[in-house]
Design a protein around this ligand. Structure first.
Ligand code: ATR
Length: 270
């Protein structure tokens, strides 16, 4: 039996098991199973030992362990190293190697969305400085964009700036004068009732501004709902989530699974 896991805390919202198990069935990998497990930080060492012993074949890592997991790994592939963020673990020989499929997953998503909408965003406003944020900045580095970033805890934003000196840090609550795309990378919104205390009222009726939330479950966070009501363009994290999952599945199985309509339906049935 081959066992795959997504680990995080909270983990209830994760649709990774549904998506991966759909691909597992589609590709007749009947000896494989993908599950979710809620962990505490103290459990990370043990879970890596389980993987080392061959009891687990692959792991996806989500909030809030994308950085803290690194200390228990043997090697990092270049993007994981550059971003300091790991979301996929593979075993090579007796080594556990950390990969980052968020960065290329987001890069692919940007291409798909912006080509389709024929948009070239130049000024990006990033909210948050958590585990996934460096992957988002890294994906934008390849495009010629100006990045503004704000985080409730300023020190964490400054830490990111030492890694990516080109970004401009704004105090929490401040909004840049010009931006084409605002991206929520914080965890605010995973819970339906949560909302960010930022005011975007001045963009009412602006049909060009894009508000993008990395959260895909719930499908519409308050960040997106408020933008939709203002008349802005809204996009949720579904495409990025699927792209990072597709790349992780490929690392484990060498199969590039298709993001077909049945996969999209798995979100609708949730
Ligand atoms: P970690 O900080 O351990 O990497 P994360 O879940 O990846 O965890 O990141 C959470 C992100 O959501 C951070 O940017 C966090 O802001 P802080 O650095 O100030 O903690 C942000 N976040 C979480 N709750 C928030 C809230 N109520 N208001 C604003 N930002 C919040």
């Amino acid at each position: 039996m081959k066992k795959y896991l997504v680990i995080g805390n909270p983990i209830g919202h994760s649709l990774s098991p549904k998506i991966h198990n759909y691909w597992i069935q589609k590709h007749n990998l009947s000896d494989s199973l993908y599950e979710k497990r809620k962990l505490e930080e103290k459990d990370l060492k043990n879970i890596i030992s389980e993987m080392r012993e061959g009891k687990i074949n692959g792991i996806n890592v989500t909030v809030p362990f994308k950085k803290t997991i690194i200390q228990y790994l043997d090697e990092l592939e270049p993007t994981a190293k550059k971003t300091g963020s790991v979301n996929t673990l593979i075993k090579k020989g007796d080594k556990i190697i950390g990969h980052n499929t968020d960065e290329p997953g987001f890069g692919l998503t940007l291409k798909e969305i912006f080509q389709k909408k024929n948009i070239t965003p130049k000024n990006i406003f990033i909210l948050g400085a958590g585990g996934v944020t460096s992957s988002i900045i890294c994906a934008f580095e390849k495009l010629k964009t100006k990045i503004f970033l704000t985080n409730r805890t300023r020190e964490k934003a400054i830490e990111l700036k030492s890694q990516y000196p080109e970004i401009t840090i704004l105090d929490w609550g401040k909004i840049p004068q010009t931006f084409d795309l605002a991206i929520n990378t914080t965890s605010v919104g995973l819970n339906h009732k949560e909302r960010l205390n930022l005011n975007f009222d001045q963009f009412k009726g602006d049909k060009e501004k894009i508000f993008y939330d990395l959260i895909y479950n719930p499908r519409e966070t308050n960040f997106l709902k408020e933008a939709r009501l203002r008349g802005n363009i809204v996009i949720n994290g579904q495409k990025m989530f699927l792209n990072q999952a597709m790349l992780a599945f490929n690392l484990w199985t060498n199969i590039k699974p298709e993001i077909d309509n049945n996969v999209i339906k798995l979100f609708e049935n949730d």
